[in-house]
Design a protein around this ligand. Structure first.
Ligand code: 5GP
Length: 189
């Protein structure tokens, strides 16, 4: 599994989505994992494309039936990786890029211990706050919650996370090139 499963983690606002969107289209054999979540869809998000949007009850049923590789409560919503999605993609010979929070990655490793971990960091906490405010898709309260979580997550990831690679997303094109290099040659990465 070493060169087939890639797990990216980043605090929200680290620029992970932009980075991933820029790079993943260049790799037709890599698909982006679609998680299940109880978070409400943001503008433009489509069920089954960006996430599988679930009610709390539906999600808790998935947990009870052991249908998730891992799951976690992130920013007061459930997020989890459906087993069926991972198994189907692997059966089709695809590599998969996951976006998991730091704690989700630790649980993911219990099932797939040989994934490649990529930690995406913002240049600084001040910059992260600026980006979250600019994005303005969330309320001030939500932004503060995300920022507090980000500080905790980054700290935890540095101390306990298993990430082979760290990308500091200072300049987008430079960060994108680093991600390309990791994904490019699975037998050298
Ligand atoms: P967002 O709501 O901005 O799309 O995602 C919020 C956070 O949820 C991100 O930090 C992302 O890494 C995390 N996340 C997304 N999908 C999953 C998942 O399947 N499992 C876990 N543990 N975290 C996820």
């Amino acid at each position: 599994m070493k060169h087939r499963l890639y797990v990216m983690s980043a605090a929200s606002g680290a620029g992970k989505t932009t980075l991933k969107d820029l790079v993943i289209q260049e790799f037709p054999d890599i698909c982006y994992s679609i998680s299940a979540t109880t978070r409400a869809p943001r503008k433009g998000e489509i069920n089954g494309v960006h996430y599988f949007f679930k009610t709390k009850k539906e999600f808790e049923e998935m947990i009870a039936k052991n249908e998730l590789v891992e799951w976690n409560l992130v920013h007061e919503n459930y997020y989890g990786t459906p087993k069926s999605f991972v198994e189907e993609q692997l059966a089709q010979g695809k590599r998969i890029l996951f976006d998991l929070d730091v704690f989700g990655k630790i649980n993911f490793d219990k099932v797939y211990p040989e994934s490649t971990g990529i930690l995406i960091l913002p240049p600084s906490i001040e910059e992260l706050k600026k980006r979250l405010l600019q994005r303005a898709t969330d309320s001030e309260e939500v932004i503060q919650l995300r920022l507090d979580n980000a500080v905790k997550e980054i700290d935890y990831a540095k101390k306990h996370g298993k990430y082979e690679y760290t990308i500091i997303n200072d300049q987008l094109e430079k960060a994108a090139q680093e991600l390309r290099n990791i994904l490019k040659d699975p037998y050298q990465a």
